[in-house]
Design a protein around this ligand. Structure first.
Ligand code: ADP
Length: 317
C-alpha cells in the first residue's frame, strides 16, 4: 500500500517473541535488525532454528482478516511457479491485540536490472489461468490444475487495510462495478458523508459497459496492489510481496503503477510482448485507477478527492 510517511521502528516485544518461539517451535529467535515498515504494518526479521523469517504485525482488530488474506494471496501467487513471493508460514493473534503474519525472509533490494523479467513473468502469470481454459480437459501425464472460471477469490483480501469483496462473480463488469467501485463509494458516503462523488458515480455506473465493448474478459490471478513499493529483486529474480490477490481482468493489475509512474519502460515492453494491448486499453486504465484513487481517499483522506473526481469527470466525457 502507498506509504505516506515512514512508520517508527519496532521496539523489542518480549510477549511477541515468546509467542513466536513457542508457535514456531524454535529455540533461537534473534532479531536481525532488519525491520521494514510499510505505512500499514510493522515488519521485523528474526533468525530461527529453521531459517530467517519476516514478521509483519498490526494491532488493529481487522489485522487477522488482512493477514489471512495476504497469506492466501502469497500461497496462490507462489503456487503458479512463475513469480517469486515470500513463502507464508502462519498467522497468529498478536499478544497485544491484532495479529501477525510470519513468512520466509527474502534478502532483496530495489527492482532495477530485472524490470523486464518482472514484466514478462507477470504477464505469464496472468495468462496461466486463461491458458488452462483453452486446454480444456486435455489429458497429460501431469494432473491438470483447475481452470478458475469466475472473478473473485477464496478469501477476503485487503488493498491497504480495507477489505475487498471477493465473492465469486461470473461477470467482470458487474464484479468491478459493484464489488470494487460501489464498495468504495459506499465507504466514502459512510465515513466521510460524501454525496458529490456518489452523484457522479450514479451517472458513471450506467455507462461502464461501454469501456468493455467487444472484450471477452477471462479471470487472471492478480497480485492486486502492484506498485513499486511491493516489488523488489534478489540477485536472480524479481520478488513480489504484500498482495491483495484475486482473479480479475489482467489489465487491472497495471493501473496502480501507471497512476504513480512507477515502472520502467522495459517492464511494459516485456509485459505487452506476452499480452499485447487490446482496443480501449487506455480508457479502461483510467477506470481502473479510479478504484485506487477511491481506496487512497478512503485510507488517507481528502487529499485524494480531487484526483478521484477528475478521473470520474474524464470518464464521463
Ligand atoms: P505493508 O503491508 O505495511 O505495506 P510490506 O509488506 O510492503 O508492508 O513490507 C514493508 C517492507 O518490508 C518492504 O518494503 C520490504 O522492504 C520488507 N519486507 C516485506 N516482506 C519481506 C520479506 N518476506 N522478507 C524481507 N523483507 C520484507
Amino acid at each position: 500500500m502507498l506509504s505516506h510517511s515512514p512508520c517508527p521502528m519496532q521496539t523489542p516485544n518480549l510477549k511477541m517473541e515468546t509467542l513466536l518461539k513457542s508457535a514456531l517451535e524454535t529455540s533461537t529467535l534473534t532479531r536481525t535488525g532488519q525491520s521494514g515498515g510499510g505505512c500499514i504494518n510493522q515488519g521485523e526479521a528474526y533468525i530461527t532454528d529453521n531459517g530467517t523469517i519476516f514478521v509483519k504485525s498490526n494491532s488493529k482488530p481487522q489485522a487477522r482478516i488482512m493477514f489471512e488474506g495476504e497469506m492466501e494471496g502469497l500461497k496462490a501467487l507462489g503456487a503458479t511457479g512463475i513469480v517469486t513471493v515470500p513463502r507464508p508460514i502462519n498467522v497468529f493473534d498478536h499478544p497485544d491485540g491484532g495479529a501477525c503474519l510470519v513468512m520466509e525472509f527474502i534478502e532483496m533490494k530495489g527492482l532495477r536490472s530485472l524490470s523486464s523479467r518482472l514484466g514478462e513473468d507477470l504477464a505469464k502469470m496472468h495468462m496461466q489461468n486463461v491458458l488452462l481454459e483453452s486446454r480444456g480437459n486435455r489429458i497429460t501425464d501431469k494432473p491438470a490444475a483447475d481452470y478458475v472460471a469466475q472473478f473473485g477469490f477464496n478469501s477476503t483480501t485487503c488493498c491497504g487495510y480495507i477489505p475487498q469483496e471477493n465473492e465469486w462473480n461470473d461477470d467482470w463488469v458487474a464484479f468491478f462495478s459493484q464489488q470494487r467501485l460501489d464498495y468504495q463509494f459506499r465507504l466514502l458516503e459512510k465515513e466521510k458523508g460524501d454525496r458529490e462523488a456518489l452523484e457522479m458515480w450514479s451517472r458513471l455506473q450506467i455507462i461502464l459497459p461501454k469501456f468493455f465493448k467487444d472484450q471477452k474478459i477471462r479471470p487472471s490471478l492478480l497480485h492486486g496492489d502492484l506498485w513499486s513499493g511491493n516489488v523488489a529483486q534478489t540477485k536472480r529474480h524479481p520478488v513480489l510481496f504484500d498482495p491483495a490477490a484475486f482473479y480479475g481482468h489482467h489489465e487491472y493489475e497495471l493501473a496502480i503503477a501507471g497512476m504513480f509512474g512507477n515502472f520502467s519502460r522495459s517492464f511494459y515492453d516485456a509485459y505487452f510482448k506476452v499480452i499485447p494491448k487490446s482496443s480501449g486499453f487506455e480508457g479502461r486504465q483510467r477506470l481502473y485507477t479510479l478504484f485506487h484513487y477511491l481506496n487512497h481517499w478512503n485510507h488517507f483522506g481528502d487529499g485524494y478527492k480531487n484526483a478521484a473526481m477528475a478521473v470520474m469527470k474524464s470518464l464521463l466525457k
